[in-house]
Design a protein around this ligand. Structure first.
Ligand code: NAD
Length: 418
């Protein structure tokens, strides 16, 4: 399937092949479980504010259809390609299976730079992209959600475009919507909150205390900022954070309220007066108790893995660690890894809750959402930890094995049609 060639897709395949080898999945079944079921590439023409029409490439990949509709985020970022989206869709499949959700994985995106688009251009781009995908999405088909560069507003435009087409409101077509439009309480915070919960559980296992623990976060967006906030609430010290423009460091701990005020004025963490500037590369190598990569893929590589100095690596981002780096980290028992498909699963778990609430038109309190979220994460964490111990494999291998095995079993149980 050369059409998906991309370093991130190769990385997802390499991880899959290692697991398939361990689970002894036969060659033909391996291909059935590995490759995306269907992918869409669309041209999205947008009238820009200056009157020009610009055509953006858009993608949606639905990885497998064996356990229910597909589910996954939409990314608006200049580097989005079919191969990257396919890798992210694959990881969504294993994540949904690990947490026992009735979904296959999906992912989508548009290659664009949201920072260079006006609000009007963003809205026209989102609506036209949705229009192109209308036959292929829906509450029983494929349900998008926010990812890098998209947010509640993006989801509201998608829901509105889809609903206009159908002549009635269809809130279940997306998750991560504004609460007022059928979104779930606790969805916006879900991924970062989940990272915080799982870091707490890893600390229990390692006999560490959250109070006073030092935390470095790469990528201070939705996931990174909420993870930092929830750990700070439990007494942790956030010593460094970053975004695409660079990082900031204060060994005494950053005041997150002051940082929030700075961020709302400047839209970047850089230039914050209460901290020193550091680069993203330096942040990853800071001595700290917990390192949370929460930006993009392939940040921890064979080059920097030997120099990482955290006790817990909590992967808020999808695919932040390359397989080459994993080989090195596997030899470092000093680092406890909470792998991405477990660490950031809180987002899709509460997306699932949102979808269920929309289908029933019956809404839950935030306390109910958080309680149910933590129960699911607790089960997934315990199962992964037990599997890793019993099988003497890494936490990543354990999480991937549990997820991939469920998808493989579903395919075997359903059989081959016709
Ligand atoms: P976001 O757009 O809200 O934030 C991304 C952050 O990363 C921003 O601060 C951005 O400036 C920063 N960034 C971008 N490029 C960078 C670079 N090269 N170096 C350092 N920082 C950089 O996105 P998000 O929703 O927080 O997603 C972050 C990661 O978490 C992604 O890998 C995404 O797939 C994953 N994730 C998100 C969710 C969710 O619910 N939003 C769920 C699961 C996983």
């Amino acid at each position: 399937m050369d059409i998906y060639r991309h370093p991130t897709f190769d990385m997802a395949c390499e991880q899959f092949d290692l697991v398939a080898e361990r689970l002894q999945i036969g060659q033909v079944e391996r291909e059935r479980v590995k490759f995306p079921k269907r992918s869409f590439v669309v041209a999205v023409p947008v009238r820009m504010d200056d009157g020009r029409v610009q055509v953006f490439p858009g993608y949606r990949v639905q990885h497998h259809l064996s356990l229910g509709p597909t589910k996954g985020g939409l990314r608006f970022h200049p580097d989005v390609t079919l191969g990257e989206v396919a890798a992210l869709a694959m990881w969504m499949s294993w994540k949904c299976a690990l947490t026992n959700l009735p979904y296959g994985g999906a992912k989508g995106g548009v290659a664009c730079d949201p920072r260079k688009l006006s609000a009007g251009e963003m809205e026209r781009l989102t609506r036209r992209f949705t229009q192109e995908l209308i036959p292929f999405i829906g509450p029983q088909i494929d349900i998008p959600a926010p990812d890098v560069g998209t947010n509640e507003q993006t989801m509201a435009w998608i829901m509105d475009t889809y609903s206009n087409h159908h002549g009635h409101s269809v809130p279940g077509v997306v998750t991560g919507k504004p609460v007022n439009l059928g979104g779930s309480l606790g969805r916006r915070e879900a991924t970062g909150r989940g990272v915080g919960y799982l870091v707490g559980r890893a600390m229990d296992v390692l006999g560490m205390d959250t109070k006073g623990a030092t935390i470095a976060v790469q990528g201070y967006g939705n996931v990174g900022s909420v993870a930092a906030g929830s750990l700070a609430k439990h007494g942790a010290r956030i010593i460094a954070v970053s975004d695409q423009f660079g990082g900031i460091h204060n060994a005494k701990g950053l005041d997150l309220n002051l940082l929030e005020a700075h961020l709302s004025k400047t839209r970047t963490v850089t230039g914050f007066s209460e901290a020193d500037a550091i680069t993203n590369a330096e942040l990853l190598e800071l001595p700290c108790d917990v390192l949370v990569p929460a930006a993009l893929e392939r940040q921890i590589t064979a080059a920097n893995a030997p120099r990482i100095k955290c006790r817990i690596l909590a992967e808020g981002a999808n695919g932040p660690t390359t397989p080459d780096a994993d080989v090195i980290l596997d030899q470092r028992p000093d680092i406890f890894i909470i792998p991405d498909i477990l660490a950031n699963a809180g987002g899709v778990v509460v997306s699932y809750f949102e979808w269920v609430q929309d289908l029933q038109s019956f809404f839950w309190t935030e306390a109910e959402v958080v309680d149910k979220l933590f129960r699911i994460l607790e089960t997934a964490f315990t199962q992964t930890l037990n599997y890793a111990k019993q099988e003497k494999v890494s936490m990543r291998m354990a999480a991937l094995s549990l997820g991939i095995r469920r998808v493989w079993e579903a395919k075997k149980q359903r059989g081959l049609f016709p």
